[in-house]
Design a protein around this ligand. Structure first.
Ligand code: MTE
Ligand code: QUE
Ligand code: MOS
Length: 756
């Protein structure tokens, strides 16, 4: 088995070593945070006298003990490492404790006396909006004239949709181990999607240069966006304690702490207005989005920007106007989560598509088809980018054929007319997901490849493996490009001392950016060695073939050498066996001021269809069947890509039908554990689950003609929610709106109420 396969096997059998599983040095201390129990208030006094008497306590730090900047905001300086005068959400870190044992740390924390003058927390987004509590400027987009669009429409609808947040529920919680070295440098093992940012934030807080902070990240137990910025926290906290005590400090959050203090997917409240014609085509769409960003900005500006860039989903809309507001609340800071704002925006336009079907009487799939972007006309997105190489229509046709749609619609109608309490519904949802960080400068990556004298190859790159199969793809790219067997290739942990200034492994760009960098490095190394081999064996470069760790000549049968032999000779001849490379995504730009540009290198498209059966006595439902046709290009590893599609779909199904974050009126998250927060289980998988990878796209944009896959398939889960809405509509055509998540309770509320 090659290393990538072993790693994957270890991952799904629970043998991957997470940060907490690393063998720690014997003198490692346990790090712990003292958290605010109040959502908003002024700190009047802190007394640590009793806490310090607990045996085994080594340090109790407040913000005053931070040698550098008390700031760990990734984009804006609005997030203190430790609270100063005010606390702004329940769970905010006020003090740090290092102790010989967890027991001692927890005991000390319970003896800390913090007096906080409680103030009224801001917990409602409408109220935050009314008070204009925006941590940064709202975003806007205008394209065409919506008002004349509404005037010229046969129908105009207006509505409100409430979309819930979502907990990441990665298997491995946030955590880091910081180890101070004798030379004043720091080694940090961190469960993060962004080692370079951990490094930078630690450097600011400790006031030491980045070059002295080595952040190492091995395979992590999931990130899903939740470890882009908020992994900074444990990394900084453990480092502050480690330097203060001059001993290693391990800080790994338990599940309840992690759920309580880290941010989630943004809940959103949307008011929309849409104008369309009798033929089902949309003319005009205006909307107001209120995003609950939590207490600080975090990545919210980029997240809202991605929402703005996906409010069209796959549809051509002649006139668009949208205002998107970041509303501050006294909750943990909402952050990146698979889809990065796009799922919320796409949910709205898909809801509208369903409403158009209801008002016009045109089948929901047909309404969607009529609105898809065109190939030569109707092909410019509201922000100006041309939708080139559009295959949405082809994907649609393929899905219609392979799913036997027409026949099943008949069967569903028949079933629904016979069945009083159970109704079935079906819905199609396409996706067009923009690939690239919209923050253009982040689209860069680097790699270093080292050959050893025995012919084995080690790869270094900036991406983090979190279960998405990045390492597998990188090894595959290197082995294919170099002509070396995978068994001889190793990929190394992500390390800030080897590949500097990396971007987060995010925006689904991990394999494209890092894969390209690896390919460039491999190609230069191979070019140098090819020249050497051509000389050595006296044959033309054009006739040399590298395959499966063998170098041979296309023309002369006697020229056939094992790769290790060639490498050994190259070493003796003093040919460098190492190469570094740098990649930046070409041709993209975006002007934030006017919301115009070509932010995306390409789009990933696909289409889904789900059929559900809803029981209107209990509100429960089953997913009878889901069909997905997804364009993964020339997939580097079809099994990995199918796994991504399945996982993303199920994750969205959780978001749209069962995962509910419930807070009390003081702002305390009541659902801070798996006992009260339900994520999908094995029984929630569609009874029939048919995923196919589209084979006919002639356009090959990604690394080795593949396409990014991490986030786009998340959108497919929306088809379950909208199929439920269709079933409700069969039960009661005058039903109330169906907010997200469509829990049993919401399904019944929607089904048994009537719009006046
Ligand atoms: N798959 C697994 N198993 N675990 C994860 O944490 N994160 C998702 C996606 N798939 C994730 C995952 C998110 S949010 C992103 S942006 C991409 O993977 C990141 O990896 P990539 O860019 O290499 O696709
Ligand atoms: C998609 C993403 C990200 C993004 C933009 C996208 C993302 C991310 C950032 C970002 C932006 C500004 C920063 C920063 C990060 O932008 O994941 O550190 O200063 O982190 O379209 O996934
Ligand atoms: Mo993914 S939300 O871009 O980490």
């Amino acid at each position: 088995m090659d290393q990538a396969t072993k790693r994957i096997a270890a991952h799904f059998t629970g043998q991957t070593r997470f940060v907490d599983d690393i063998d720690k040095p014997a003198n490692t201390l346990f790090g712990y945070i003292v958290k605010s129990e109040i959502a908003y208030g002024k700190i009047e006094s802190i007394n640590i006298k009793q806490a310090k008497t607990v045996e085994g306590v080594c340090a109790i730090l407040s913000w005053r003990d931070i040698p550098g900047k008390n700031s760990m905001g990734a984009v804006f300086d609005d997030e203190p490492v430790l609270a100063e005068d005010y606390v702004e959400f329940i769970g905010q870190a006020v003090l740090l404790i290092a102790a010989e044992s967890k027991k001692a740390a927890v005991e000390a924390a319970s003896r800390v006396e913090i007096v906080i003058k409680e103030m009224n927390p801001l917990l409602d987004i409408e109220e935050s909006f009314a008070k204009k509590r925006f941590p940064f400027d709202p975003l806007h987009i205008v394209s065409g004239d919506v008002n004349s669009g509404f005037k010229n429409s046969d129908f105009v609808i207006e509505g409100e949709l409430n979309i819930g947040g979502q907990e990441h529920f990665y298997l491995e919680t946030n955590g880091a181990i910081s180890i101070p070295k004798a030379d004043g440098t720091l080694l940090v093992y961190s469960s993060t999607q962004n080692p370079s940012e951990n490094q930078l934030i630690i450097s600011h807080a400790l006031n030491i240069e980045s070059s002295k902070i080595e952040v190492v990240t091995d395979v992590i137990g999931g990130g899903f966006g939740g470890k882009e910025t908020q992994s900074n926290w444990c990394a900084v906290w453990s480092s502050l304690l480690a330097v203060n005590c001059n001993r290693p400090v391990s800080m790994v959050l338990d599940r309840r702490e992690d759920m309580l203090i880290t941010g989630k997917r943004h809940p959103v409240k949307v008011n929309y207005k849409a104008g369309f014609n009798k033929n089902g085509r949309i003319n005009s769409y205006s909307s107001r989005f209120l995003f609950d960003v939590g207490f600080s900005a975090d990545l919210s500006r980029s997240i809202i920007e991605r929402a703005l860039l996906h409010l069209d989903n796959s549809y051509y809309i002649p006139a668009v106007k949208s205002d998107l507001y970041p509303c501050q609340t006294n909750r943990s800071s909402n952050t990146a989560f698979r889809g990065f704002g796009a799922p919320q925006a796409i949910a709205v336009i898909e809801y509208i598509m369903d409403e158009i079907s209801g008002k016009t009487g045109i089948d929901q799939a047909e309404v969607r088809r009529r609105n898809l972007y065109g190939k030569r006309v109707r092909n410019r997105a509201p922000y100006g980018q041309m939708i080139k190489d559009n295959i949405l229509g082809d994907l649609y046709s393929e899905l219609m054929d392979s799913s036997d749609y027409r026949e099943r619609v008949k069967q569903i109608k028949e079933f629904n007319s016979r069945s009083q309490w159970k109704k079935r519904g079906i819905s199609v949802v396409p996706v067009k997901f923009g690939i690239s960080f919209t923050t253009t400068f982040l689209n860069q990556g680097a790699a270093l490849v080292n050959l050893y004298k025995d012919g084995s190859l080690a790869l270094h790159q900036g991406g983090v493996e979190m279960g998405q199969g990045l390492y597998d793809k990188i090894i595959e790219i290197a082995s294919r490009e170099f002509g070396i067997v995978k068994e001889a290739v190793r990929i190394c942990s992500t390390n800030t001392m080897v590949i500097p200034n990396t971007s987060a492994t995010a925006a689904s760009t991990g394999s494209d950016i890092n894969g390209h960098a690896i390919k460039l490095a491999i190609d230069s190394l191979k070019e140098r060695l090819t020249a050497f081999a051509s000389n050595l064996y006296g044959i033309d470069i054009a006739d040399l073939v590298w395959e499966n760790s063998t170098v041979y000549s296309r023309k002369k049968a006697d020229v056939r050498h094992p790769l290790p032999e060639l490498i050994q000779k190259a070493y003796l001849a003093r040919v460098s066996l190492s190469e570094q490379a740098y990649y930046k995504t070409p041709g993209i730009h975006f002007d934030r001021e006017i919301s115009r540009g070509e932010p995306f290198y390409y789009y990933v498209c696909g289409i889904s269809m789900s059929e559900v059966e809803v029981d209107f006595l209990t509100g429960s439902h089953t997913v009878q069947r889901t069909d997905i046709v997804h364009d993964a290009g020339e997939s580097i590893d079809p099994l990995i890509d199918k796994g991504q599609i399945e996982g993303a779909f199920i994750q969205c199904l959780g978001w749209t039908t069962m995962e509910e974050l419930i807070y009390n009126d003081k702002g305390l998250l009541l659902t801070a554990g798996p006992d009260s927060y339900k994520i999908p289980g094995i029984a929630d998988i569609p009874k029939e689950f048919r995923i196919s990878l589209y084979k006919y796209n002639p356009f090959k944009d990604g690394i080795l003609k593949s396409r990014a896959v991490g986030e786009p398939p998340f959108i497919y889960g929306l088809s379950v929610w909208l199929a439920i809405k269709q079933a409700i509509c069969s039960f009661n055509s005058g039903h109330l709106p169906l907010d997200l998540p469509a829990t049993k309770e919401r399904i019944l509320n929607s089904a048994y109420s009537y719009e006046e």
